[in-house]
Design a protein around this ligand. Structure first.
Ligand SMILES: Cc1cc2nc3c(=O)[nH]c(=O)nc-3n(C[C@H](O)[C@H](O)[C@H](O)COP(=O)(O)O)c2cc1C
Length: 327
């Protein structure tokens, strides 16, 4: 059975990429993910703030070191600078030890100062870069068009600095989602990941305070990506990968049928360990056999909007009785 696929030009031995998380922030967990069958890994995101801090720290370092060698500020700068140095070192270590592609990730919110760092990531040997861009649209003065322009500026600035493949991990929170993603796909990026999943606050009603919402996804969260993958995979000018709510082989098969070329998984590895990769791949292989396919590529996009008899099935949003069976 041929499980290989290609996402943003990277050849993958199967469609499972270990998504960016705490499990991809250290070499030992990363090696474990590779050993268990991950086809690629996305490193834990480095934050734009850390990169900018690193830059200013370099400038201040000499000055502070000369005048106030023990300044507290210097120490705090140094800590953040170390995070950046460590990230570069982690990329280099991964490239030495792993045979699968290593995708670096930056959590970015502005197009200024930091995109030059993308080139350093390329020099460190990463196979590709994932941009984890998201702004919570809290500012009532900021129009949606301004937010979308910032996304485009960030992508353009990064694309100017690098020649390796870049993908963007997006949120579903765009009022004109199809148009926004289509425009992103015209920038030269090689892939998009639908969708990232964010930290959510919750309210503890007994203690009357803000507490942490569920850290891990549940399998129902797959439906948002599934619909949009099916609707956009034939129309977007780059590869698509799925993320959020893929907990088992069935979920993987569904998003591949909808048009994803690969998946980025995190929660289930925390909940059940990286051994789950083998379980999911076994299901995929058996599914392909049962349906007389000999490769993953034969099912990618087979149930996308353009391939099915009634494309409007993916556009339905209201629970009218005819479709839901419930009044
Ligand atoms: C603990 C944790 C940390 C994460 N950190 C990042 C991160 O740094 N950058 C990022 O792009 N996604 C991050 N994610 C999101 C995952 O990569 C993934 O897209 C998301 O959890 C949805 O997939 P899942 O349903 O398989 O968990 C994190 C997820 C978890 C659970």
């Amino acid at each position: 059975m041929d499980l290989t696929t290609k996402f943003m030009g990277l050849k993958l031995k199967n469609p499972i990429i270990a998504g960016s998380s705490g499990l991809t922030s250290n070499l030992s967990d990363i090696l474990d993910l590779e050993k268990n069958g991950a086809a690629a890994i996305v490193l834990k995101s480095l934050f734009e703030e850390q990169i900018i801090f690193n830059k200013t720290a370099k400038i201040k370092e000499m000055d502070l070191a000369a005048n106030y060698p023990e300044a507290q500020e210097y120490i705090s700068h140094h800590t953040k600078k170390k995070a950046v140095d460590d990230y570069i070192e982690l990329i280099a270590d991964c490239k030495k030890k792993l045979t699968i592609p290593v995708i670096a990730s930056i959590n970015c919110v502005t197009p200024y100062e930091w995109p030059a760092f993308a080139h350093e990531i390329e020099l460190a040997g990463a196979d590709a870069l994932e941009l984890n861009i998201f702004f919570l649209p809290t500012d009532p003065q900021r129009m949606s068009v301004q937010i979308e322009e910032t996304y485009l500026e960030i992508i353009h600035e990064v694309m100017k600095k690098v020649s390796f493949p870049v993908c963007v991990k997006v949120s579903p929170y765009f009022s004109g989602l199809s148009n926004s993603l289509l425009r992103f796909s015209f920038t030269g990026i090689k892939g998009m990941v639908l969708f990232n999943r964010y930290f959510s606050p919750d309210i503890g009603i007994a203690e009357m305070k803000v507490v942490t919402g569920p850290i891990f996804s549940n399998p129902d969260e797959i439906y948002l990506s599934l619909r949009w993958l099916a609707m956009l995979s034939d129309r977007i000018y780059c590869d698509l990968a799925a993320s959020s709510g893929i907990h088992d082989g069935k979920g993987l098969v569904k998003v591949l049928l909808a048009g994803a070329k690969a998946v980025e998984i995190a929660s289930i590895f925390y909940m059940r360990g990286p051994g789950e990769i083998g379980v999911i791949l076994k299901y995929l292989e058996e599914y392909l056999q049962r349906h007389n396919f000999s490769s993953v590529s034969e099912i990618i996009g087979k149930m996308s909007m353009r391939q099915i008899d009634n494309p409007a099935d993916f556009e339905r949003v209201q629970f009218i009785k005819y479709y839901s069976g419930i009044e």
